[in-house]
Design a binder for this molecule. Structure first.
Ligand SMILES: Nc1nc2c(ncn2[C@@H]2O[C@H](COP(=O)(O)OP(=O)(O)OP(=O)(O)O)[C@@H](O)[C@H]2O)c(=O)[nH]1
Ligand SMILES: [Mg+2]
Length: 461
């Protein structure tokens, strides 16, 4: 319910220098006043907006001091939620934060749901839905470039683009509907041709936005990259080299890695979720067998597979089995241990075996080939697309899906106009396209989509 006052701890629970309790709603200042004893500005509520006040939180029942705090006051509508917001900056410990939160609840506030502050910001028109979603992307961004995309979206870049599309459509719809309502004032053929042309352009522009969607998703979620190969080819050594850290155990014993190890690495600004897996082979060992099964599952979910071969052993039966497993995936082949057999493995054979998009020769333990591998990964992700600062990338699966629907309706509208079918039909499609664009910014969106989006947020955001 909007209008009541909500409270939550806005900082991660744990030990820290500062922890923040956030209050939002019409009674936020009253609730704070019951607990907060200002040291200097006794009439702090009357003071100007955006001031910090120093003082103590005092339990009104017992009169005992709970913590020494700073109180930040942001009055409606100049706050995150557009409601009155008070932040209590206390010491960052679980016990003092819990205690202050309890006092806020006893004082009349209600515990906020996950994402409820941002949901209020959306419902009060401070952010549209794409911007609200970007808040979470900023928090969860994994590389500097990913952060930049999220901040752009938070600033309304995608929303502005969508608004242009929507305005155009509203205008066209008005023209078409006028001629449906007043058939005696027939729309001139030239106007219809112009509308068809504009619709076609809009469909193309949506397509252009969609073409960056895969790269965008990767910036948001990370590229799920699985390192596979038979035992002992140097998979864990490769993970460690890309991480620049000895994360995984490396030994000369085949079958060293048993479990899937996952780490995030930043490769040329692209977040990569790197998974090292157990070497794939037939085995009687129970633990290793489970590991091999997990490797298979990881491959099934991979965006990209790095298939590692070893130059000294050449291509063996086991490599064929690994290659079969990754069929249909995007593959980069690595021929490792080049220091042991510099001329041994034929590139054409590797290509035929792995159907890889590129083959990189490496000697991981000597640091050779790392740069070439990183370049190969980056160019696969970006597909020749340079991430200039000004590219607008769709990062969100929900937006992508809505754009696809919008484009389909635009194309259908073009078709009905071209076939000179009744204008009502094209109006239906234009309205459906408008609705799909509206879902992105939240002007046309259902309650359960909202619930789903905001339940992903952390408490206090
Ligand atoms: N000479 C040489 N040895 C390497 C190279 N890369 C890895 N090794 C060695 O190969 C052995 C196996 O390396 P790992 O990284 O554990 O291999 P793995 O593929 O993870 O093996 P499993 O986990 O058993 O599947 C270790 O002794 C490494 O030091 C390389 O480029 N050259
Ligand atoms: Mg290993």
């Amino acid at each position: 319910m909007l209008g009541d006052t909500i409270a939550a701890v806005a900082t991660p629970l744990g030990e820290g220098g500062v922890g923040i309790i956030r209050l939002s709603g019409s009674a936020a200042l009253e609730v704070a006043e019951r607990l907060f004893k200002a040291k200097y500005a006794r009439n702090w509520r009357a003071r100007r907006n955006y001031r910090l006040h120093y003082g103590h939180i005092v339990d009104p029942e017992t009169g005992s001091t709970v913590d020494e705090v700073l109180l930040a006051v942001m009055r409606a509508p100049h706050s995150y939620t557009r409601e009155d917001v008070v932040e209590i900056h206390a010491h960052g410990g679980i016990v003092p934060l819990r205690r202050i939160l309890e006092l806020c609840i006893a004082g009349g506030a209600r515990l906020a749901e996950a994402g409820e502050f941002t949901k209020r910001a959306f419902l009060n028109g401070r952010l549209d839905l794409a911007q609200a979603e970007a808040v979470l992307d900023v928090i969860r961004s994994k590389t500097g470039d990913g952060l930049k995309l999220a901040v752009d979206q938070l600033g309304g870049r995608l929303s502005r683009e969508i608004a242009v599309f929507k305005n155009e459509l509203v205008q066209m719809l008005a023209e078409i509907e006028a001629s449906i309502d007043f058939p005696e004032e027939d729309v001139p053929g030239s106007t219809l041709a112009e509308i068809t042309g504009r619709l076609r352009q809009l469909a193309e522009a949506s397509g252009e936005l969609l073409s960056g969607a895969d790269a965008g998703r990767i910036y948001r979620e990370g590229l799920a990259t699985v390192i596979v190969g038979k035992p002992n080819v140097g998979k864990s050594s490769l993970l460690n080299a890309l991480l620049r850290q000895n994360r995984a155990i490396v030994t000369e014993i085949p079958g060293t890695t048993r479990d899937v190890i996952e780490e995030i690495v930043n490769i040329r600004g692209i977040p990569i979720r790197l998974l090292d897996t157990a070497g794939l082979r037939e085995t009687q060992d129970t633990i290793e067998r489970i590991g091999v099964e997990r490797s298979r599952q990881a491959v099934a979910l991979a965006d990209l597979v790095i298939l590692v071969l070893a130059a000294d052993s050449g291509i063996q039966d086991e490599d064929h089995r690994v290659a079969e497993l990754v069929l249909g995936k995007r593959v980069l082949a690595v021929v490792n241990k080049m220091d042991l057999a510099p001329h041994d493995v034929d590139e054409a054979q590797v290509m035929e075996l792995t159907r890889a998009e590129a083959v990189v020769r490496m000697a991981v333990t000597e640091g050779r080939g790392l740069d070439a591998l990183e370049s190969a990964i980056a160019s696969l992700v970006l597909g020749g697309r340079v991430t200039r600062g000004d590219t607008l990338l769709i990062t969100n699966e929900r937006h992508k899906e809505a754009l696809i629907r919008a484009r389909t309706h635009l194309r259908e509208a073009v078709q009905t106009l071209e076939q000179e079918l009744p204008l009502e039909l094209s109006a239906v499609d234009i309205r459906a396209a408008l609705e799909a664009f509206g879902e992105i910014t939240g002007s046309t969106v259902t309650e359960d989509i909202l619930d789903r989006i905001f339940s992903d947020f952390c408490l206090g955001k």
